[in-house]
Design a protein around this ligand. Structure first.
Ligand code: FES
Ligand SMILES: [Fe+2]
Length: 335
């Protein structure tokens, strides 16, 4: 089912997995409303704890199912108590003399839903690609911290490009992610393999920061960060960091594209060092970083990345954005 509000989006985005919520935000007996690609969805869990995603709309009178309740393996509409089970079929219409004589048309619209890496994922149509493999986030010897989520007034494409943009670190995050004395972006090349972009870079790290001791660099004077990126189209990034020793960190960032001017970024960070550090240290650090980014990204016009390379001005150090824009078009994910 497609609502008019989704018309501005490439239909191909519907056939991709998108994160819609952190797993811990969907409680056992409370439905949760979320927006995805202009569609209002309701998430809920059955008795086994399996998450389900429906259009947030009861076929009877268009009421939001998210205002209802979850009872056993069914979600119950708040208006007239119709009950739907996980495949979307209606099991009971209490107003009928025989409540089980349900017409075939009485159904909720259900979508592909899965749960991994601490997030719930939805694809509005059969997904074209599997989720990225990030074994570190499922490895008990690593610690994982969930940060955010970060809701910004922009399209998901702007939030993703910001995450991959090297040139801004010394300017937007001086002393935290970049060293203003070393603004030159090292050369790097991007390999595009269908819907995955891969690139590596060794770039200047900010000197160790006493307020946020989050990174694993041993050199503190002019440290260098080795970053290996995988950008999985359309909006998921796996970033592996190293500093030449055994300390490793993985950033897993994925956006929920809500509409043309609203997106929410979900972030899971894994590390194999400082395992005892409280989650709040990384969470507060990322809240600062994402707050700094938000100001500039929400000011960008248009709100959505212009995918035609003739728009905006690309220099050699913008190789990732160029490759991203090309690949989004080549895969039909952007106009
Ligand atoms: S509107 Fe949902 S049961 Fe009537
Ligand atoms: Fe940034």
């Amino acid at each position: 089912m497609t609502t008019p509000s989704v018309a501005g989006h490439a239909p191909a985005l519907r056939a991709c997995w998108h994160p819609v919520a952190a797993s811990h935000d969907l409680e056992a007996d409370a439905p949760l409303a979320v927006d995805l690609l202009g569609e209002a969805l309701v998430l809920w869990r059955d008795r086994a704890g399996t998450a389900h995603a429906f259009l947030d709309l009861c076929i009877h009178r268009g009421t939001a199912l998210s205002l209802g309740t979850v009872e056993g393996d069914e979600i119950v509409c708040p208006y007239h108590g119709w009950r739907y089970r996980s495949d979307g079929s209606c099991t009971r219409i209490p107003q009928l003399a025989d409540a089980t004589r349900v017409p075939a048309k009485a159904r909720a619209t259900s979508f592909n839903c899965s749960e991994r890496y601490g997030f719930i994922w939805v694809a509005l149509e059969e997904p074209r690609w599997a989720l990225p493999e990030v074994p570190e986030l499922e490895d008990d010897t690593w610690a994982t911290v969930l940060c955010g989520p970060y809701t910004w007034a922009c399209d998901a494409s702007r939030q993703v490009e910001n995450f991959t943009d090297f040139g801004h670190f010394p300017f937007v995050h001086p002393g935290l992610l970049g060293d203003p004395e070393r603004p030159v972006v090292p050369s790097h090349t991007v390999e595009t393999d269908d819907h995955v972009l891969r690139y590596d870079i060794v770039r200047p790290e900010a000197p160790a920061n006493d307020d946020f001791p989050v990174f694993g660099n041993e050199v503190v004077v002019a440290p260098e960060r080795r970053s290996r990126y995988e950008l999985h189209l359309p909006y998921t990034i796996v970033l592996r960091l190293g500093w030449g020793g055994r300390a490793g960190m993985v950033y897993f960032f994925a956006c929920r594209p809500e509409g043309p001017d609203r997106t929410t970024g979900f972030l899971a960070i894994g590390r194999n060092y400082n395992l005892e550090q409280p989650d709040s240290v990384l969470q507060e650090f990322e809240d600062v970083i994402f707050g700094q980014d938000r100001l500039v990204v929400e000011s960008q016009r248009p709100e959505r990345v212009p995918f035609d390379l003739a728009d905006e001005l690309h220099l050699t150090f913008d190789a990732v954005a160029v490759a991203y824009r090309r690949a989004m078009r080549a895969t039909g994910l952007a106009p």
